[in-house]
Design a binder for this molecule. Structure first.
Ligand code: NDP
Length: 280
């Protein structure tokens, strides 16, 4: 391996310590409410992880678990109650929701000032305009990794593979706001390998194990693997074939231990940002 390893676990731990020290200096404890509908096991793990991390950082975390049969009306009423609760600075509704509930309606019901996931159309619009306030946590985490590793972004060619609202699109907007020249690739992109080979920064957010291989990577490029895929044997792996890409890249994230830990750390950061803005 010739690439520098981007240790997301260590970088996230430092960011969480930084958030904790900001919270300690605030004189109040920002409140984060995490809403889960139903009992999907993966969602339950994510909610517990967020809850624990928030408490460790000195936030007041509360998780609300609503039954799987919750109606759209009841869920919207819960969000309205949290919107009005002055002690709640951040609201996060764990996705995916059970079928029959509209994620769009739910996200649009959240007060944009408390939208710590950064999914509300107002926050998406601000990000698209290049003046993000609450940006989605995973792409924000990627930017933090690039900054920490001193990867030059301004003027660099970046490719984001994947165009979801949660990762790909906001990732491209953040890179563009940082003055990269950005290509967004997706399932209809022609000759994806050639597109990737031109890039100084490759961000993979696809959900296909090992899709991006070393022969797609320009020597010295930075490779960020957002993908989290569970293999048949239970192991987690990314969208990047780590061995072949690490032999060519200048820097690379592992999976697990790369982007994943940054997402929760950036959620804490967004909650502190929301609290400070709301309370002046
Ligand atoms: P989505 O399924 O919503 O989006 C996947 C994207 O990949 C789509 O835009 C799709 O294109 C594109 N795509 C699919 N196949 C190909 C292909 N063969 N070539 C090029 N592009 C392709 O996934 P998410 O964005 O939600 O997640 C992506 C990955 O990131 C997943 O592995 C997920 O688990 C992981 N993830 C990790 C997080 C973390 O904290 N590290 C947080 C969130 C997600 P099209 O639009 O044309 O269909």
């Amino acid at each position: 391996m010739t690439a520098r390893l981007i240790d997301g676990k260590a970088i996230a731990a430092r960011l969480r310590e930084h958030v904790a020290s900001r919270v300690a200096a605030l004189g109040f404890s920002p409140g984060l409410a995490v809403v889960q509908v139903g009992d999907d096991p993966a969602s339950s793990v994510y909610v517990r992880t967020k809850d624990r991390a928030a408490q460790q950082a000195g936030l007041r975390a509360s998780s609300l678990r609503l039954p799987a049969g919750t109606t759209q009306r009841d869920l919207l009423a819960t969000i309205e109650t949290l919107n009005r609760d002055d002690g709640v600075d951040g609201i996060l509704v764990q996705l995916p929701l059970p079928s029959g509930l509209s994620p769009h309606a739910v996200i649009e019901a959240i007060d944009p000032a408390k939208d710590v996931d950064g999914f509300h159309p107002l926050n998406v619009g601000l990000l698209t305009e290049g003046r993000p306030i609450l940006a989605p946590c995973t792409p924000r985490g990627v930017m933090h990794l690039l900054d920490t590793m001193n990867v030059p972004i301004s003027g660099a060619r970046a490719i984001v593979v994947g165009r979801s609202s949660i990762v790909g699109r906001p990732m491209a907007s953040l890179l563009l706001a940082a003055d990269a020249t950005v290509t967004i690739a997706h399932s209809r992109t022609r000759d994806l390998a050639a597109e990737c080979r031109r890039a100084d920064i490759v961000v993979a957010a696809v959900g296909r194990p090992g899709m991006i291989t070393g022969d797609w990577i320009k020597p010295g490029a930075t490779v960020i693997d957002v993908g989290i895929n569970r293999l048949a044997d239970g192991r987690l792996t990314g969208d990047v074939d780590f061995e072949s890409c690490a032999a060519v890249a200048g820097a690379i994230t592992p999976v697990p231990g790369g982007v994943g830990p940054m997402t929760v750390a950036c959620l804490l950061e967004n909650t502190v940002t929301a609290a400070i803005r709301r309370r002046g």
